[in-house]
Design a protein around this ligand. Sequence first.
Ligand code: AHR
Length: 790
Amino acid sequence: MPVSAAPSVRPAVPSSVPLRVTVGEPTGVEVDPDLWGIFLEDLNDALDGGLNAELVRNGDFEFSHADRPGWGPLTGWRSSGDGAVEVHVEDPVHPNNSTYVRLVGPVELTNDGYDAIAAREGDRWRLDLFAWRVSGPGEASAVIAADDGQVLAETTLATEPGGWRRVVADLAATRDGAGQLTIRVPDGLTLEIDVVSLRPLDDDGRVLTFRPDLLSALRDLAPSFVRFPGGCLAHGLGLANMYHWKETVGPRHVRRQTFNTWGYHQSRQIGYLEYFELCETLGATPMPIVAAGVCCQNLRGRARAIPMEEMADYVQDVLDLIEFANGGQDTTWGARRAELGHPEPFGLRYLGVGNEDEITDEFRARYRLVADAVAREHPEVVVIGTAGPQPFGRDFEDGWVYARAEGVAVVDEHAYRTPRWFHQNLDRYDTYPRDGGQVYVGEYAARTSTVRSALAEAAFMVALERNGDVVRLASYAPLLARVGHTQWVPDLLYFDATHVLRTASYHVQQAFSRQRGTAVHAVELAGAGVEGVPVAPWGGGVVRMSAPGAVVGLADVAIDGAAAGATLPSEAGDEPVTLGTVGASAVVELTATRRGGSEGLVLTIGSEDSRDQIDVRLGGWQNKTTSLNVQWDGISNDVDGPTAWPGLRTGEPVRVRLETDGPRVRVWVDGELRHDHVLDERPERRVVAGALSRVRSEVDDAGAAAERPEYVVRLVNASDDARAVRVDLPVGSGAVVAGEVELLAGAGPEDGRPFEVSPVAPVRSSLSGRGGFDIELPPWSFAVAVVAER
Ligand code: AHR
């Protein structure tokens, strides 16, 4: 972990609130050594334009309007000169790479890449492409040139007639600068090109697969496993978009490319072999997630399922994947792996089947086929099941019922929630059955890149460790996001062409992952505030309606049974209109008729500044669902739904009734009860501690081998008060303990933003004491102390 050196922990200052942490004996709970891993999905340009070191964008000319409206074969490219650039599809390099370009000289074709290529004198790159010299004299060349035309590196291209030939040439920077790759074709020469690649070479002349600074940031996380390729990407939007691993291995030009669920293009240059190699590089075990034979339900018309008569082939593909990862070279797919350059197996131990799927009969039937086959053929592989997109709700409940009935070993839960939710749910796993499947918290994050959210995650992670007998695995999500190219926030690491921005959440993940323990110890907290920060009871507020993406007419508005005045606006659009003010218990009724647009409406009750409110979304996502959301401090959570709904239709009135009875919120649409939810008013536990021990082997003064416990103590102070903390360890009051502490502190709860570097960085200092240690925890801080008896 990159840390700044600092003298030693500051002594407690008188104004600090005292906190006593008593670490007791082991509880008997052991933490799984695989607990902390990472989640890698190709969204936010995580791969192409990110971890993939490739510098050419759309080098295959395969972008299309299916990726994004307006995109096509020449997206990312521009040309100049009197010649021509023509797009062709006849006689392609490979049927899976069907589009290429013909360059009729004199012409220059420049790739915009992912921002400029940064060059330092001496840097080297490998240019690799397919070319077919069609006619004419002269030689084409490739240059990396700055905007002002200054050439930073160049090479000629030895092309040949008579068919597609691979052309490989190295370029070396002769000066510093930033530029773009241009293919130059002289007057008279006609050349066809495809599969254009430019990758950096390392000091030993090896072509880089992964961008080194991002790779090093991942390595610093010391993950035990890597989950890939998703997320939603794994099951895809439609059967043709489902991720099939075999389509992603082999030479780049034979890989099948497709649109990306997240609105761009999947080149699959990072395919299954590269994912496995990444795991190996990171020293992590691979955790592929395969579709459970159904694609994403968030598709118009809902999920599609692989026909049952085709499931045998699909199941075989999954078994082949395990053989590709683990099989000896005497197996078909182990031999294929060796042929692709990796004779040694990759040691796959986990396989996820499904991602956030709706638990339908179609899902169940197909999940069972895949899981049974893996259990039969590869009992050494742990199959992970799925329990919906949220940590509650119908798919969550049904997913768990199904998993327990089927004896699923581990179930994947997801929680993208507010910091408050995390602080209110630290006991979530305390009551989980210990005999009914373990948990993989496969995707979680507190919104949204602030110190407050990072500390909420730290508190939650303490609770995950404490429940290590039921929580086996966990991974924050998403991992990577290129600034300016994001579909999802928050993310763990932001980056641009030359910088990697570690967030506060990244430092928290790193602190847990790099300092692990094995045995969980009992911990007692004593001091003001340890019982939690009370949550204000629901009190009503201003009633508003808006219709983002639509115009909705309003009629027969009644609040608490009384017709609202004639002065009310008659319709709502993007901007909210105010309908009145209500108390904690209220009834709001109205008739809404869409007059135009394509979306539905939003009805809210909340504070004047709209930071704290409940909102009902009728037609929330593409006008397909209803949901009840709660927003605290400007950060929103869906607390009930989204639940499928036919949608608001132009000209068809709906009668809406929103009723609050203190914390109970109910919503009816045309008389149908759609939401019934009790607001969570439990206190937020923001001062949290956890303790683990591990065995440390040493050689004593007499030269004899000795083993003794080393304690890992985690302290979260997500409050405005500094804490003077006394930690008592189970070592005897006179025993001298010493070690180090890493402290993340120095910023306020709202500091930290998506796309910015963390406002706090870990600072390490030494620590010692008798029977335990004393430490001053600043407001909004997180500390991990590692100490042993001396
Ligand atoms: O992490 C982003 C997305 O969140 C994942 O693809 C999906 O599983 C979840 O909804």
